[in-house]
Design a protein around this ligand. Structure first.
Ligand code: KG4
Ligand code: ZN
Length: 327
């Protein structure tokens, strides 16, 4: 079995995956949403301290499997460094205690493999990652060959929903809240700009964020109806920009398969717009199970199984954490 640990942002998670069958034997996550919601975003020191409290509890809950563990897989990049070190330190200690190899896992590769939990891989494929930390379009030929086609120049898609929700005083995380409020609003109530209407293969959300702030300030006091209209108008334009850019990418080189991963892959409006695009450009769409869209350790374990078979181990002394991705 593979023991996997994830702590790259504000979720502490652990999983046990059977190597031969890829079966997910156990997975559990302790989220910090409630603690960070007071601040409208993730507070790094608080995240780190909460991981230090949660990770040993999670480890305790898998104690019966520890004698069967053949390797420990852990997220070591990219992410919040003070969060990553908590998971990596625990992983190193457990691996030393059990005398098993360690597998460092790139969080983004983890999200890609959330598509293949308890399944065989379907590679090559293109992957759109939309989360709180990332917005990127990747071409994946294997787990060590990920070509970045487009990424955000500033804020990420999920982050922009978090910031918009904060401006409207809706809470955190903003994605599901904006989506819910949007369902009661008029998406044409406020006109907001769609970014980068040129040929650049990149995403950008800071312009929309600023325009949104100005519109809110212009409006003054907000009642429930206005908040719903703001949420709907924001969601419409945020998705329109994403779809506009993806269209530019797939128009020239349509994939046969596009996987859509990350916390924001749960957005229903985004899913339906991607469906329209997939019919037009004739490609298949693949989504992870809803519970594996957001950060989890099952996806890290699935990478762990693949890496174990390829013997991609690293000595505990020669890998560190990193805030940026090194593919
Ligand atoms: O993948 P994830 O759990 O964590 C990161 O690695 O960032 O993604 C969380 C992000 C948050 O920014 C959250 O607001 C966003 O995904 N999100 C959504 C939705 N559900 C979560 N954004 C838009 N629509 C949603 N339904
Ligand atoms: Zn993530």
């Amino acid at each position: 079995m593979i023991l996997s640990i994830e702590s790259s942002c504000d979720d502490s998670a652990i999983a046990i995956t059977e190597i031969a069958t890829k079966k997910l034997i156990f997975h559990r996550k302790i989220s910090q949403d409630a603690e960070h919601s007071v601040y409208g975003g993730v507070v790094p020191e608080l995240a780190s301290r909460l991981h230090a409290l949660a990770l040993p509890k999670l480890l305790e809950s898998v104690s019966e499997y520890l004698p069967h563990v053949k390797a420990v897989a852990v997220t070591n990049e990219p992410g919040l460094v003070v969060s990553l070190v908590e998971g990596v330190s625990m992983a190193k200690s457990v691996a030393i205690a059990l005398n098993v190899p360690l597998i460092p896992v790139n969080h983004l590769v983890g999200h890609i493999y959330s598509l293949f939990i308890e399944k065989e891989t379907q590679i090559p494929l293109d992957v759109l990652l939309v989360s709180g930390g990332h917005t990127q379009y990747m071409r994946v030929s294997d787990m060590q060959n990920v070509e970045l086609i487009a990424k955000t120049m500033d804020d990420s898609f999920g982050e922009s929903f978090d910031k918009a929700a904060k401006m409207l005083g809706l809470g955190y995380p903003g994605g599901p809240l904006i989506e819910e409020w949007a369902s009661r609003g008029d998406e044409n109530a406020y006109e907001l700009p769609v970014a980068l209407q040129d040929n650049r293969l990149a995403f950008s959300y800071s312009g929309l964020k600023n325009a949104f702030r100005l519109k809110i300030e212009e409006e003054g006091e907000l009642d429930e109806a206005k908040k719903a209209n703001f949420a709907a108008s924001f969601q419409k334009v945020a998705i329109e920009h994403l779809i506009f850019k993806i269209k530019q990418i797939v128009r020239d080189r349509p994939p046969t398969l596009l996987g859509v991963v990350g916390g924001a892959a749960a957005n229903k409006r985004l899913r339906s717009e991607l469906n329209v695009l997939s019919e037009k450009y004739r490609f298949e769409l693949l989504f992870p199970k809803m519970e594996f869209c957001s950060d989890n350790a099952a996806m890290i374990g699935r990478v762990g199984v693949e890496a174990y078979e390829k013997k991609l181990f690293k000595n505990y002394t020669n890998f560190d954490v990193a805030s940026r991705a090194n593919f």
